[in-house]
Design a protein. Structure first.
Length: 123
């Protein structure tokens, strides 16, 4: 399955994980090869300053991408296989169950949004 990559954003809309929330990436469809290569080089130069666990995570993702580009099959880890088996062993949620979960999410999101935007008006 192919997925579209998106830039993770902080709650205030800035690109996440970039110092100062700035990114040199142009809007989708406008970025040119040079700009992308420069951005990749800049990020890779900062990687050694990251915590070791995040460096390891980047390495795993990069190796997965490289294997995909080379046409290699994906080998799921034993944890991933166990999670797949667990998911397949259960029953699919019914329409009412799904709607109930979404209703809870919508309510919680609405309540949190009201907390965030509730600004007292001073006469």
């Amino acid at each position: 399955m192919k997925v579209k990559m998106v830039i993770a954003r902080t709650p205030d809309g800035r690109p996440a994980g970039v110092p100062g929330g700035r990114s040199n990436l142009a809007p989708a469809g406008i970025a040119n090869d040079v700009m992308i290569k420069d951005e990749v080089k800049a990020v890779l130069q900062r990687v050694p300053t990251w915590p070791e666990d995040r460096q390891r995570e980047l390495l795993e993702v990069a190796l997965e991408i490289e294997a995909e580009l080379a046409g290699a099959d994906y080998d799921a880890t034993s944890d991933e296989l166990a999670a797949i088996d667990e998911g397949l062993a259960g029953e699919a949620a019914g329409e009412q169950d799904v709607e109930a979960v979404f209703a809870q999410f919508r309510k919680a999101t609405s309540e949190r949004l009201l907390e965030v935007i509730s600004i007292p008006i001073v006469p």
